[in-house]
Design a protein around this ligand. Sequence first.
Ligand SMILES: [Zn+2]
Ligand SMILES: [Zn+2]
Length: 263
Amino acid sequence: MHIVSLASSSTCGNAYVIWEDSKRPLLIDCGLSIAKLVSGLRSLGITPDDLAGLFLTHEHTDHVRAMCLKTPFPQKFGIPVYASGGFWDWYSTYQCGHLDAELIHLVEDGMTTDIAGYRVRSFLKPHDAREPMGFKIDGSSASVAFVMDLGYVPPSTEQLLRGAEYLVFESNHDLDMEINSGRPKFLIDRVLGEFGHLSNEQAADSLRRLVTASTRQVILAHLSVDCNRPQIAVSTVMEKLQDTPFRPEVTAAPSGILTQFGT
Ligand SMILES: [Zn+2]
Ligand SMILES: [Zn+2]
């Protein structure tokens, strides 16, 4: 399973590509300009029309920038888009861009989508967006889960994620750095709230419960540029994993630099 972060933060946007050898790639989120998406894909030897589908987690700009154009990225290249009913309501209400009807596909909490030899399971997340989704993608060689933009990890989600070989998992902020960031109080309250973002501690606590012997790599994602540091996030998680018999590789996705993970 190849997993690539094209970018991973509120500041630089979010977009991830996964593929298995001899299968078409999938894109998760498209929070970059079309030019950056195309050049990132090209550097991997992928052209946009190779993509079998685009899965969208939620409507925040750092995840859907390339949807909010007169001719959105998937319209330009004929890529099917999978998102929740809440997302599509938002998209049509705000007339963010034109997409042909045949490119629009609906996912629901607990639903499985079979696409290009993968099974993609959608699950609802606690976040201040319209029906935000996480995705667990089962391939033939491994599974990868995308768990970002959520205020806490519900037990049902932890249960679902147990056994996944790769976890792209939010570790948004260091609590002290966030509290002392000088940001407006309403913004800090939003980030720390149950529909906000996971702190390093929260991510570590949850990972301690859901990592198993199958877990090969934990890719900490959506790190705040201002209120976190990759080494703090990684060491917080690794410390908590000391309480378990499991030692998966723990790494952090850089904010704005294309980085390859997986195999
Ligand atoms: Zn985000
Ligand atoms: Zn968000």
